[in-house]
Design a protein around this ligand. Structure first.
Ligand code: ADP
Ligand code: MG
Length: 189
């Protein structure tokens, strides 16, 4: 389960979240929708432990998988090495299996700069899946991925998280993307 209860957060003096509450149950997917700047990435960063709420309660498993709004792949390492850095060398088989599933089986040794935007996004999702957290946080995860591959990655997320009773929270302004995960929509006012 993931929960924020009466959470407040400000960057300097600029309030972003005020008395914000949201619960994602075990095996449930929730999609946050709202205009740019409303605080979706901030919620995910609080859950990821990157920033700390000023007030309120945050309940989150100690090990979470995260797909950031940016791909966060290092251009001086190849694709496989990028995933191994986060996931660990001992999971090389799992990394290879997942990359193959999303159509990147022949890109393991490719330079990051030689990959398309959609390929990098799929790789960032594979990295989060292979990390095997007890919850998954996704910040606009499917941006730049074509329809066919969106279905493939969504099915992997369902299989590896939702079907195992692990909660998933995402941000996306595309309702069809939320539907791919069967996500409940949470709208910021
Ligand atoms: P969203 O993901 O919904 O577009 P964010 O959570 O990224 O929104 O941002 C919410 C608000 O906080 C915006 O007004 C944004 O400009 C501001 N903000 C985000 N990150 C920072 C930061 N590091 N420092 C100061 N303000 C920030
Ligand atoms: Mg954002």
């Amino acid at each position: 389960m993931l929960e924020l209860k009466n959470v407040s957060f400000s960057y300097d003096k600029e309030p972003v979240l005020k008395d914000f509450s949201l619960l994602v149950k075990a095996g449930e997917a929730v999609c946050m929708q709202g205009p740019s700047g409303c605080g979706k990435s901030t919620v995910l960063k609080i859950l990821a432990g990157l920033i700390k709420a000023d007030a309120g309660t945050v309940i989150v498993p100690s090990k979470v998988s995260v797909v950031f709004q940016e791909d966060r792949l290092l251009p001086w390492f190849n694709l496989e090495k990028n995933l191994r850095l986060t996931v660990g060398d001992e999971k090389s088989e799992l990394i290879e299996k997942l990359l193959k599933e999303v159509g990147l089986g022949d890109k393991l040794h490719s330079k990051i700069d030689d990959l398309s935007g959609g390929m990098k996004r799929r790789a960032a999702i594979c990295r989060a899946v292979a990390f095997e957290g007890d919850a998954l946080l996704l910040d606009e995860p499917f941006n730049g991925i074509d329809k066919e591959n969106k279905v493939i990655v969504a099915n992997i997320i369902k299989r590896e998280f939702l079907d195992k009773g692990k909660p998933v929270i995402m941000s996306s302004h595309i309702t069809d993307d939320a539907k791919l995960l069967g996500a409940r929509i949470y709208k910021f006012e």
